[in-house]
Design a protein around this ligand. Structure first.
Ligand code: CMP
Length: 140
């Protein structure tokens, strides 16, 4: 399986509850390397553009408001099959459906406040990483 990179976001509900280290431990225990990481306060414009694919969804406004409500931690994770592996470590979008031991089962509060975001495919991973990180910030 190929070594891949994927974008991860530790969301406001998790940064607010001081869960960054516990979430990072789950990534690292699964063999994902955190090759870039920065804690930032997103602007409404950044959140809106990042989630533009969901613009027509009824929850878009609520999602953007939530993403700017507290700082987030932006990360690039690297590893064998990192995109799928990260989705397994995160668990289902709705924590009610997430498998035991996953980040969302252990920490998420609701489908909206679901603690983490992860890219869903190679094309989106490349675009999402490039949206938040410059090439020089990725040292591997
Ligand atoms: P994420 O993986 O960041 O991608 C889009 C986000 O939209 C998703 O995680 C959820 O947090 C959010 N989302 C999806 N469905 C709903 C919903 N019904 N209500 C609120 N937020 C939602």
């Amino acid at each position: 399986m190929a070594v891949e990179r994927t974008l991860s976001i530790i969301k406001p509900d998790a940064t607010k509850r001081n869960l960054t280290g516990k979430i990072n431990a789950k990534f690292e225990d699964a063999g994902l390397r955190i090759i870039a990481q920065k804690r930032v306060q997103l602007t409404m414009e950044q959140a809106g553009t990042f989630y533009e694919v969901h613009k027509e969804r009824p929850f878009y406004g609520e999602l953007c408001e939530f993403m700017v409500s507290e700082p987030v931690v932006l990360q690039v994770l690297e590893g064998e099959g990192a995109i799928l592996k990260n989705r397994e470590v995160m668990g289902a979008t709705n924590p009610a459906d997430a498998a035991p031991g996953t980040i969302r089962a252990d920490f998420a509060l609701s489908v909206g406040e679901n603690s983490v975001h992860g890219s869903d495919a190679p094309e989106t991973a490349a675009a999402e990483i490039a949206y938040f990180f410059a090439g020089l910030e990725l040292v591997g």
